[in-house]
Ligand binder design. Structure first.
Ligand SMILES: [Zn+2]
Length: 321
């Protein structure tokens, strides 16, 4: 079952099934306590129980059928959409042509969803921030059976990212898992240039590899990534950088960010790169307190300003649905 279907399923359980069950429990108690009125031949008590049983049966049938329909229809539709997304992704994996289309399409999606999110941005600036959600996952190249980085080593990055966006921006950052890929990167090792050269190398075979592997690993999130709305951010662990970087993001024109295998001195590298992908630039005026400081951090609980939070919250990756 795809992500969207799972969420609809959970919604039915939480918003429909559970309230009715709670009502049933209250009704059961009411019926138990209802005095038997002898002049009504105890019918009042009987009616109470009848209502209880009827609601229970109807609820069971409707919810069971409803869930089945959701599971079947949603899964089929979702699969077809993801498949279309994957085919589109294969086209985007073509070196140069695919790379250029990818960049242009991401630009257009960014402009479109920023325009849609403008009211949310203003509300957020004013301090009105209902909970939103955002998804991310990590892809680790695995040479043979040894992944470039272990799950245990990745854990602090994951936890810090979830904590930072929750605390600063009321965002429920959901981690969808680690994918160890055995598809070997071009040249065997990924040493990325994080400057302008990196932006253009994304149009060549390395960019194709990122795109192709993301398609394979995260099939379930393909159509959301293609539509841009609630598109998952993919974090690639790579071998290193040609410069002295810990991580790299090409900003909102790219759905993926990279971090280097050796855990740096800070646990917030993944959070920092995700924030870049959501449109944030560096900010070095807060004395190492800010998540977007490019220098050493002076706190384990980095902050985001009101403006930064609002930019992240109105990014296409961050949605209510
Ligand atoms: Zn940075």
């Amino acid at each position: 079952m795809g992500r969207t279907c799972r969420e609809v399923h959970e919604w039915i359980e939480e918003e429909v099934e559970r309230p009715i069950e709670e009502w049933e429990d209250r009704q059961e108690e009411r019926c138990r306590e209802e005095p038997c009125n002898w002049w009504l031949l105890c019918l009042n008590k009987l009616v109470c129980w009848l209502v209880w049983v009827t609601v229970k049966v109807v609820r069971w049938v409707v919810v069971t059928v409803g869930k089945w329909v959701v599971r079947t229809v949603c899964t089929v539709v979702n699969f077809l959409l993801d498949l279309l997304g994957a085919i589109w992704g294969l086209i985007l994996s073509i070196p140069i042509l695919g790379g250029i289309i990818r960049t242009v399409v991401n630009w257009l999606l960014e402009i479109f969803w920023r325009a849609v999110g403008i009211f949310d941005f203003i509300l957020s600036l004013a301090g009105v921030r209902p909970r939103k959600k955002m998804y991310f996952s990590i892809i680790v190249p695995s040479n043979g059976r040894t992944p470039l980085m272990s799950e245990a080593a990745l854990q602090p990055w994951i936890e810090t990212a979830i904590e930072v966006f929750d605390r600063t921006s009321n965002i429920d950052l959901r981690f969808t898992g680690i994918c160890n890929t055995s598809v070997s990167p071009p040249g065997g090792e990924i040493i990325l240039d994080c400057g302008a050269g990196g932006f253009f190398s994304d149009w060549w075979v390395l960019g194709s590899w990122f795109e192709f592997v993301a398609n394979l690993c995260k099939f379930e999130s393909n159509w959301r990534r293609r539509s841009g709305y609630g598109g998952e951010i993919i974090v690639f662990v790579i071998h290193g950088y040609s410069s002295n970087s810990l991580g790299c993001s090409m900003g909102f024109t790219h759905d993926y960010v990279t971090v280097q295998q050796a855990p740096g001195p800070f646990n917030d590298t993944v959070a920092h790169e995700i924030a870049h992908a959501c449109g944030l630039l560096h900010r070095t005026t807060d004395g190492g307190n800010n998540l977007m400081d490019s220098g050493p951090r002076t706190t384990s609980q980095p902050d985001l300003t009101n403006w930064q939070s609002s930019v992240v919250r109105s990014s296409r990756h961050c949605t209510y649905l």
